[in-house]
Design a protein around this ligand. Structure first.
Ligand SMILES: *Cc1c(COP(=O)(O)O)cnc(C)c1O
Length: 383
C-alpha cells in the first residue's frame, strides 16, 4: 500500500462510520454567540464558562504586555524566554492553589504529555479513569509505563487495580470535572486509595478551575484534596490559552531538567502571561460570575425536564444531552442549527460507542432568553 492509498482508505473508513470530523469556519464569536457563514447563532459549545475571553481588562493586559515585552517569548524558558510576567504568574498560581511551585505550559495537551512522559518509567503503572481526556490517555499510551483504566468514577474499581502486581511507581490519573460528561470525580477517595499504595494522584482540572471552589480554585480545593500533581488550563474558564502544573519544589526542579516540552519549545509569550494574570484577578473576584453560571445551569436543568432526552448527572457547566446513535446526534445538532442554536454533536471515538450526545455548555455570559431559545429549539427539533 502506498501513502496515498493508506490516507484515502482511512478517509473512506471515517466517512462510512459516521465519524468524519469537520472544522467550521466562524467569522466571529464569544461566549454567547457565533457567526458562521454570515449567520448568527446562539452558542452552546464553547468552554468560555465565565465569558472572560472578551473581557476588556484581560484584552488590555495582553495589549499592554505585547507593547512592553513584544508578541513572542523569543525562545525557550531555558534560554531567554523566561520573563517577569511568566515568573510572577507562576508564583501567583502556586500561592493561590497552595503549592510550592507551578510551571507554565503552552497548552493543557502539552502539559499532560510533558508531565507523563517525564515522570513515567518502565515497570511503572498508570491507573486512569476510563473517561479521561485524550491528552492524558494518549500520553499514558506513549509512555513506557503500563496503562490500566478503572471504571469511571468508581474507587472500588481503582482499588482492585491498585491491589494488582506492582514493581515500579504508581500514578493515578483523573479529571476534576469530566470534559464530556460534566460529572465530578470522588477525589478524596481516589487520593486516599492511591496514598495507601504510595502512589501519586494527578488531577487534570481543566473544567473545574475558575468555576468551582472558593475564589474559583477548582475541584480539588472544593473537595479539600491536594493531589501531588494538579494540572490547570487557561483556555476554558480563564478565556485565554495555556496551562500550568502545580507541584512541590523537587518535582518542579525535576521537570525543568527532564520535561522536553519545557526545554525544546518556545515559552509562553510574556504578554499572554500578562493576560492570564488579569484573568486570574477576574476569577478570584468572580463570585458574581460563578453565581450567574450556577443560576443558568439550574434554570436549564429545571426547564429541560420536559424534554424527551435525558441529561447526564451533571451540575457543572457541561450538560450532556444523551442521544445514543451517531447519526441521530448529528441530525439533532443540524436541526438546532436551523433554529439558530449552535450545539456540537460529540461522537465516538471521543465518547464510547452508543453514547453520542450533544455537549451543551453554559456560560455566565448566557442570558435566560438564550437558554429559552435553546429549549424552544430542542422542543421544535423533537416535533
Ligand atoms: C481541554 C482539555 C485539555 C487540553 O487543554 P488545552 O489547553 O486545550 O490543550 C486537557 N485536559 C482536559 C480534561 C481538557 O478538557
Amino acid at each position: 500500500m502506498s501513502w496515498s492509498q493508506r490516507i484515502a482508505q482511512a478517509l473512506i473508513a471515517r466517512r462510512t462510520s459516521g465519524q468524519y470530523r469537520q472544522r467550521h469556519l466562524s467569522e466571529q464569536g464569544d461566549a454567547r454567540s457565533l457567526r458562521v457563514a454570515g449567520q448568527d447563532f446562539t452558542h452552546f459549545s464553547g468552554n468560555d464558562y465565565l465569558g472572560l475571553s472578551h473581557d476588556a481588562r484581560i484584552i488590555d493586559a495582553w495589549q499592554q504586555g505585547a507593547a512592553h515585552y513584544g508578541v513572542g517569548a523569543g525562545g525557550s524558558a531555558h534560554v531567554t524566554g523566561y520573563r517577569t510576567p511568566q515568573a510572577e504568574l507562576e508564583s501567583e498560581l502556586a500561592d493561590w492553589l497552595g503549592y510550592d511551585r507551578s510551571l507554565l505550559f503552552i497548552s493543557g495537551f502539552a502539559a499532560n504529555q510533558a508531565v507523563i512522559a517525564a515522570m513515567m518509567a518502565k515497570n511503572d503503572r498508570i491507573l486512569a479513569d476510563k473517561l479521561c481526556h485524550a491528552s492524558l490517555l494518549e500520553a499514558a499510551t506513549l509512555s513506557p509505563a503500563t496503562l490500566r483504566r478503572f471504571a469511571h468514577n468508581q474507587p472500588a474499581s481503582l482499588a482492585t487495580l491498585l491491589a494488582g502486581n506492582k514493581s515500579g511507581e504508581t500514578l493515578v490519573v483523573t479529571e476534576g470535572i469530566f470534559s464530556m460528561d460534566g460529572d465530578r470525580a470522588p477525589l478524596a477517595e481516589l487520593h486516599r486509595l492511591s496514598q495507601l499504595q504510595g502512589g501519586w494522584l494527578l488531577v487534570d482540572d481543566a473544567h473545574g478551575v475558575g468555576v468551582c471552589g472558593e475564589q474559583g480554585r477548582g475541584s480539588c480545593w472544593q473537595q479539600r484534596v491536594k493531589p501531588e500533581l494538579l494540572i490547570v488550563t487557561f483556555g476554558k474558564a480563564f478565556g485565554v490559552s495555556g496551562a500550568a502544573l502545580l507541584c512541590n519544589d523537587d518535582t518542579a526542579e525535576y521537570l525543568l531538567q527532564f520535561a522536553r516540552h519545557l526545554i525544546y519549545s518556545t515559552a509562553m509569550p510574556p504578554a499572554q502571561a500578562c493576560a492570564i494574570r488579569a484573568a486570574l484577578d477576574c476569577i478570584r473576584q468572580g463570585d458574581g460570575l460563578r453565581e450567574q453560571l450556577t443560576a443558568n445551569i439550574h434554570y436549564f436543568r429545571q426547564q429541560a425536564e420536559t424534554l424527551p432526552w435525558s441529561l447526564g448527572a451533571s451540575d457543572s457547566a457541561i450538560q450532556p444531552l444523551m442521544v445514543g446513535d451517531e447519526q441521530a446526534a448529528l441530525m439533532l445538532s443540524q436541526r438546532l442549527r436551523e433554529q439558530g442554536c449552535w450545539v456540537t454533536a460529540i461522537r465516538p471515538p471521543t465518547v464510547p460507542p452508543g453514547t453520542s450526545r450533544l455537549r451543551i455548555t453554559l456560560s455566565a455570559a448566557h442570558r435566560i432568553s438564550d437558554i429559552d431559545r435553546l429549549l424552544e429549539a430542542l422542543h421544535a427539533a423533537n416535533r
